[in-house]
Design a binder for this molecule. Structure first.
Ligand code: UDP
Length: 319
């Protein structure tokens, strides 16, 4: 099968490319290298079945040609990272809204099946454990820039479902919960690579806010396995699935675990959100998926627990 990955030089996209090549697919990647990196593709460089186009997904003629020649599309290209989103609001909205609109419109032109990578961020400021796909979304004020990202991804979901309902375009939506693993950089804010790098360098491990906020971390390989199986499952079409690990951990616990597993002398420091992200920043207190739906449909189970995930990231940065 021929597959297009938008954002294929990114952290998740590059793992997806390796997975698809290993299962015998021919892979086309489009990436503008905003946050993607050529080095992420070093493992597939030289593979004749892997083709890279360095270009934005907003380039219609390039996208038209790519979409025409493939069978499936994985749309991963998006603005990523809380820091990035806070620093680049226009690019965030442009990429996430116009980019997905372009992908869906062209996919519909040639009736190509699309996976849309969405995010747990769209649940917003929930304080509940166990977020299920049909839960309400709890959004903050439009003056709080963070929510622009959540709203743009929500619009992507609405648009994908509209194409499915109205145009019969086969789409599958996955809401990814804090995906982590080798090759993720801390440059755009992500907590685990930041903690591990600081710990290895003996620098302070900086926890934002009280550190009592929770997240649920999923290994990138589990995510890639889940989204490719969802794309292969006809009953997933026109539907939305949480993809994550339902083990919840506080950021304080994460910091302590990273310190212990690296044997680091680093101090764990608490920093107010305003200092990290500017005034008026709002965080989510909890974020843990209900994964009953994806489990029931494709038998998804996360295979790597938190310690295994942290160890993988430590090994990556040490190497
Ligand atoms: N965080 C932190 N220190 C860091 C980076 C992030 O304490 O160096 C916190 C952040 O405020 C959030 C959690 O860790 O509560 C997860 O942050 P990340 O940006 O990785 O993901 P998201 O907020 O999108 O879940």
């Amino acid at each position: 099968m021929k597959v297009l990955i938008t954002g294929g030089a990114g952290f998740i996209g590059s793992h997806l490319a390796e997975h698809l090549l290993a299962q015998g697919d021919e892979v086309f990647i489009i990436d503008n290298l905003w946050t993607g990196r050529l080095s992420n593709l070093s493992g597939v460089q030289g593979d004749k079945r892997c083709h890279l186009v360095v270009e934005t997904i907003l380039n219609e003629s390039v996208m038209n040609e790519l979409v025409f020649k493939v069978d499936h599309i994985y749309h991963l290209a998006a603005a990523v990272g809380v820091r990035n989103i806070m620093d680049h609001p226009v690019e965030t909205l442009d990429t996430n809204v116009k980019g997905t609109e372009t992908v869906l419109r062209l996919a519909n032109r040639f009736k190509k099946k699309v996976f849309i990578a969405s995010t747990s961020e769209i649940y917003g400021k929930h304080v509940e454990h166990d977020l299920a796909e049909d839960n309400n979304r709890v959004m903050g004020s439009v003056k709080k820039r963070r929510w622009a990202y959540a709203c743009s991804k929500t619009l992507d979901e609405f648009l994908a479902l509209a194409y499915f309902d109205e145009k019969k375009l086969p789409v599958v939506i996955g809401r990814l919960f804090n995906t982590v693993g080798p090759r993720q950089t801390g440059q755009y804010g992500m907590v685990l690579p930041n903690f591990v790098q600081s710990a290895l360098l003996g620098k302070p491990i900086t926890v934002y806010g009280t550190g009592e906020q929770t997240r649920s971390f999923t290994d990138v390989k589990d995510v890639v396995g889940a989204i490719t199986r969802l794309m292969a499952e006809p009953r997933a079409e026109g539907d939305v699935f949480n993809v994550g690990n339902d083990h919840e951990v506080s950021i304080n616990e994460l910091a302590a675990r990273v310190k212990e597993m690296t044997g680091s002398p680093s101090e764990i420091e608490h920093i107010p959100y305003e200092k990290a992200y500017g005034p008026g920043f709002e965080d989510m207190e909890r974020r843990c998926p209900n994964i009953g739906k994806v489990r029931d449909l494709i038998g998804f189970e996360p295979t790597r627990d938190l310690d295994a995930i942290i160890q993988g990231v430590i090994d990556y940065f040490k190497a």
